[in-house]
Design a protein around this ligand. Structure first.
Ligand SMILES: C[S@@+](CC[C@H](N)C(=O)[O-])C[C@H]1O[C@@H](n2cnc3c(N)ncnc32)[C@H](O)[C@@H]1O
Length: 215
């Protein structure tokens, strides 16, 4: 299912702040090095949305789950002040080696800390205090309910949690799709809408993006 008509998607891409030379190079290098997984990279309009939301929230402390080659982490870190801190979580040394190279070239290496290992272990080892300004979930879909639970409790009041791929190509709407990942994302969507601690809105941006604001 196309969430948005492809012609509209192209129009949206053409009418947001364009990627700079570094992001364009990262898109090209990722596509060349990892042609199939390259589709996991956030699109440029979604990246711009991440930068804008980070700025609007005034985020200084953030967590990202799912780094890949670093596109979304650059977009988040660019929205933070110089003393901001983004904890970027992934399991792949190979993919994140590209990310680290681009963070350095973007002058963001002091702002982004890479934590290699299962994201759930990393989250559970964080202090329980609600000090996070912003979090972005874009890692393995099967763990979305657990990622949501670990992160929402650590968000400060007014903090923002952003989830990617909440529509799963439209599969969450179709009860016939009940594989583990789809069921987990569908369950997360239900948990969020029933969670009194937050207010939320689901946007048809690319594969669906949910914004969750802690009350
Ligand atoms: C969709 S990609 C992230 C794309 C990235 N946000 C970007 O803009 O390029 C998902 C990432 O999650 C990572 N991942 C998968 N399972 C994970 C886990 N259990 N813990 C942490 N990261 C995981 C993968 O290695 C992959 O890099």
């Amino acid at each position: 299912m196309d969430i948005v008509d492809p012609a509209v998607s192209d129009y949206l891409l053409a009418h947001c702040t364009p990627p700079d030379a570094l992001l364009r190079e990262l898109i090209t290098e990722t596509a060349r090095a990892f042609p199939r997984p390259a589709g996991m990279q956030v699109s440029h309009d979604e990246g711009e949305l991440l930068t804008m939301l980070t700025r609007l929230v005034g985020a200084r402390r953030a967590v990202e789950l799912g780094v890949f080659t670093g596109y979304s982490s650059i977009c988040i870190a660019r929205g933070m002040p110089a003393d901001g801190h983004l904890l970027a979580c992934d399991v792949s040394e190979q993919w994140t080696s590209i990310a680290r190279r681009y963070w350095k070239r973007a002058g963001l290496e002091d702002r982004i800390e890479l934590r290699l290992g299962p994201a759930l272990d990393t989250l559970r080892a964080l202090p329980a205090e609600p000090v996070l300004d912003l979090a972005f979930i874009d890692a393995d879909k099967g763990n979305y309910p657990l990622y949501y639970s670990e992160l929402v409790s650590r968000l400060r009041p007014g903090g923002l949690l952003i989830l990617d791929n909440v529509l799963m190509g439209g599969e969450v709407l179709n009860p016939a799709f009940s594989d583990g990942d789809t069921a987990a994302v569908r369950r997360t969507n239900e948990i969020i809408v029933g969670d009194d601690r937050v207010e939320s809105v689901m946007l048809p941006v690319r594969d669906g993006v949910t914004l969750v604001r802690k009350r």
